[in-house]
Design a protein around this ligand. Structure first.
Ligand code: NAD
Ligand code: MG
Ligand code: MG
Ligand code: MG
Ligand code: MG
Length: 331
């Protein structure tokens, strides 16, 4: 199917944060009619207006749209669906999510007349926008939960193409697969795994008496080069670029650190995700007003690597203005 023959729904984007802003800007630049739904006086309303969008209260934006993209935080979506979406969505509209959590774990049971789809870019919003602007795209995965029109898949593909995803790759998945793999990736490897690995490496060096500044460069700053090489050509390319000594150290010491016991605990994490334990705990934490979340957040902010990092980054003049994740327009 060509991009030209895909549907061109009028779109309401509800939420204007990391994903919402990137989706809205890319879809508008791809020729879609886009309205933003936000609570009046909410924190991102000014930004959406400054970007030239018509901003309406969520209920108003939703009433007029053929397709509604739900891009608010996951934990507010259940109530948003009950209070705003279910009563106001047009008959036969398309309801689109960027993460399958609420639908997969039955916190949202969408109306029978709706098409329900998922389009999840495999990257943060700032990257979704930046790649689009330079003529590239972030790969997107998509899924269909409910197909009443017979065209649900085409709506998802049209939206993914509008985000620029088709320039990179678009892969079909299910709400279950997207939800469980996304949660696992961010917990075990990307956010949780990588940050804990860096903190443990830093602590090991500093506790052994090495300078914190040198430990910071070694285990955090230099990670960028390694990840860029992964991105360009996988682990093979990284190994081509580092010294023979680094390669040998990788082979013999990597598996000593990340060993079978780590993988066994990754499987435990995955099990908690699959059986809903993680989501139940997260919902309870959210409903209790985030007491533990705030403690964990503060502990990360107070970690000594953050203090030394702040000092060292002041010397990196290129970080003072715009950065890759915060282009001048975003803040
Ligand atoms: P965010 O926290 O950056 O932004 C949320 C937006 O929703 C803000 O504009 C906020 O003002 C608005 N909002 C909050 N409560 C609202 C309400 N009750 N009614 C209307 N608007 C409300 O969110 P995000 O990180 O962009 O996440 C949005 C969705 O995208 C989630 O489903 C998330 O899982 C998914 N996702 C995020 C990323 C990412 O990199 N951040 C990547 C892929 C998918
Ligand atoms: Mg993700
Ligand atoms: Mg996620
Ligand atoms: Mg951590
Ligand atoms: Mg080195």
């Amino acid at each position: 199917m060509t991009e030209q023959s895909l549907p061109r729904p009028a779109i309401a984007v509800v939420g204007y944060g990391s994903q919402g802003r990137a989706h809205a800007l890319n879809l508008r630049d791809s020729g879609f009619d886009v309205t933003i739904g936000l609570r009046p006086g909410g924190p991102t309303e000014v930004k959406a207006k400054a970007d030239g969008f018509t901003v309406k209260a969520p209920a108003e934006a939703v009433k007029e749209a053929d397709l509604v993209a739900v891009l608010t935080p996951d934990m507010v979506q259940k109530q948003l669906y009950a209070d705003v979406l279910a009563p106001n969505l047009k008959q036969g509209a398309v309801l689109l999510f960027a993460h399958g959590l609420n639908v997969h774990f039955d916190m949202i049971q969408p109306r029978d007349d709706l098409d329900v789809v998922l389009v999840a870019p495999k990257g943060p919003g700032a990257l979704v926008r930046r790649e689009y602007e330079i003529g590239r795209g972030v790969p997107c995965i998509y899924a269909v939960h409910q197909d009443r029109s017979g065209r649900a898949e085409q709506y998802a593909l049209a939206y993914a193409a509008g985000l620029g995803g088709a320039r990179a790759n678009v892969i079909k998945t299910t709400f279950k697969e997207e939800t469980e793999t996304d949660l696992f990736g961010e917990q075990a490897v990307l956010c949780g795994g990588a940050s804990s690995l860096v903190q443990a490496g830093f602590e090991t060096l500093v506790e052994a008496g090495y300078q914190p500044e040198i430990a910071y460069y070694e285990v955090l700053h230099e990670l960028k080069l390694i990840v860029d090489l992964f991105y360009e050509g996988g682990i093979t390319r990284m190994l081509e670029f580092v010294s023979e000594t680094a390669q040998y150290g990788d082979f013999v010491s990597g598996p000593r650190v990340i060993d079978a016991s780590v993988k066994a605990r990754m499987k435990d994490v995955l099990k908690d995700i699959q059986d809903g334990t993680f989501t139940r705990n997260w919902q309870a934490e959210y409903d209790a007003g985030l007491p533990n979340y705030r403690k964990f957040q503060q502990a990360d902010k107070d970690h000594p690597i953050e203090q030394v990092g702040r000092q060292l980054r002041e010397k990196m003049v290129w970080l003072q203005g715009q950065t890759e994740t915060q282009p001048a327009a975003r803040k």
